[in-house]
Design a protein around this ligand. Sequence first.
Ligand SMILES: [Zn+2]
Length: 143
Amino acid sequence: MRTMKDGIPLRVKASAAVSRGSVWNGDIPIAKLPRLAAVLTDAEGELRVELAAERDTAGAARLRGSIAGELGLVCHTCMTAFRWPLHTSLDLRLVHSEAEERRLLHDCEPLLVEDDTVPLHEVVEEEVLLAIPIAPRCSTCTG
Ligand SMILES: [Zn+2]
């Protein structure tokens, strides 16, 4: 049975979340994600996050979801600050050893689970950092 939770917990127990098929929906204020806030022009706004822990048809534990929001970036071309619309999805395979992580690296995006804990806010922050373009351009410069 799927349990819908309000809000995104800081961290969850991986084994329990996967066996329950937990689903989380909620906002994370950007101000609460210091590594992300540090690369943005400001820490205003929040990320709209949907996450689901589940076992896929092959029996592998996964964390799937989507993240959306507006991030303050500086245009690489005209150097003007602008709001960049973020829409990204994630599909992480939960692994329990570095050997397993290395083995699966080419087939999927592994997430090493330590102490049966998945730090959801940190995972979201990492995914958003990866989604930010290296040379962002504002809508004027992209035409
Ligand atoms: Zn521009």
